[in-house]
Design a protein around this ligand. Structure first.
Ligand SMILES: NC(=O)c1ccc[n+]([C@@H]2O[C@H](COP(=O)([O-])OP(=O)(O)OC[C@H]3O[C@@H](n4cnc5c(N)ncnc54)[C@H](OP(=O)(O)O)[C@@H]3O)[C@@H](O)[C@H]2O)c1
Length: 287
């Protein structure tokens, strides 16, 4: 890569390593203070290979951080009642500090019912309406890990958010919506786009900061991005490809996240940090 372009990369890996190192130190203090091991439970429904890969990756990072990772696998044809029942058991188990219900969740399961069963104190990926509501209002809660990780990356690279125009592509409850809220709370002027948005390229051209979270490979094209824009690619599509046409967008962008190695490592590091934070709060130990 051209050295001038290399300087534009927002690399998530060194920051994620630092967040993990901080979490490891907190795990040690927590164990010393309470004798307890922070524990993350993940419920995986069905046999989606990408989900299985994410769960393996999270498990590996948990082990590295000294966090106990429990994975509960349910068959694809599980009912909403079965899933909710399992989440309820984890919610009541004092040795479990964080709960993740891995998405996508096969239809016709009511995923919202499962998410709402996770108590706020154990909702380490901010999927419940209680957590999202608190994030919107700027109140303390564990927000969805991907947008929280993105905010941290933007801070690391000293990206100005106050008063700038931020465009978020995608309105999912785990990514686009909390992302827009965090940006609003950081005083950006936010446009939130989705599949019904008209004249998307012209909206994107007005972005000082662009967050792409649509789930479509190389969706954002070079001609859509204004010179000097900061571009964050949250997309992760087959073949390790993001939602941004990286080779075309790196030219106009002033900063851009690579895929892989940008947002992904920050998501997992944030999950680890949230799990340790949840355990500390539940055990009443200051870390
Ligand atoms: N790096 C990470 O750690 C991480 C974590 C989570 C997700 N991801 C990735 O982020 C991406 C988004 O994930 P998600 O869970 O938010 O996906 P999602 O639930 O499928 O939501 C996609 C959003 O994109 C919008 N959209 C779809 N086509 C569009 C179009 N042509 N124009 C404008 N908007 C469009 C949809 O609009 P409607 O609402 O109108 O349907 C929806 O709001 C995926 O690539 C996923 O793999 C990465």
């Amino acid at each position: 890569m051209d050295p001038a372009n290399k300087a534009k990369l927002m690399d998530g890996q060194p920051l994620a390593r630092r967040v993990l190192a901080g979490a490891i130190a907190k795990v040690e203090r927590l164990r010393a203070g309470s004798g307890a091991v922070p524990t993350l439970a993940t419920v995986l429904v069905g046999d989606d290979p990408a989900s299985a890969m994410y769960v393996r990756m999270k498990r590996k990072r948990c082990e590295e951080a000294g966090i106990k990772s429990l994975v509960l696998e349910l068959p694809r044809d599980s009912t909403t009642e079965q899933l909710v029942g399992e989440v309820r058991k984890l919610a009541a188990d004092p040795s479990v500090h964080g709960i993740i219900v891995q998405h996508p969740i096969p239809t016709p399961i009511d995923k919202r019912a499962a998410f709402e069963t996770i108590p706020l104190s154990k909702d380490v990926d901010g999927v419940s309406s209680a957590a999202l509501g608190r994030i919107i209002l700027g109140m303390p809660a564990f927000g969805a890990c991907t947008p929280v990780g993105i905010m941290r990356l933007l801070r690391e690279y000293h990206v100005e958010l106050d008063g700038v125009h931020a465009v978020v592509l995608g309105r999912s409850p785990i990514l686009g919506r909390p992302m827009a809220s965090l940006l609003i709370n950081a005083h950006a002027t936010v446009t939130l786009c989705h599949s019904r948005s008209r004249a998307l390229p012209s909206i994107v051209r007005g972005a000082d900061v662009l967050i792409a979270a649509v789930g479509k490979a190389r969706f954002v094209q070079g001609g859509w991005v204004k010179v000097g824009a900061v571009v964050v690619d949250a997309g992760y599509n087959e073949g390790n490809v993001g939602d941004v046409d990286f080779d075309a967008v790196i030219e106009p962008a002033s900063l851009i996240t690579p895929v892989p190695g940008g947002v992904g490592p920050m998501t997992i590091a944030t999950l680890i940090e949230h799990t340790v934070g949840a355990a500390a709060l539940q055990l009443g130990v200051e870390v």
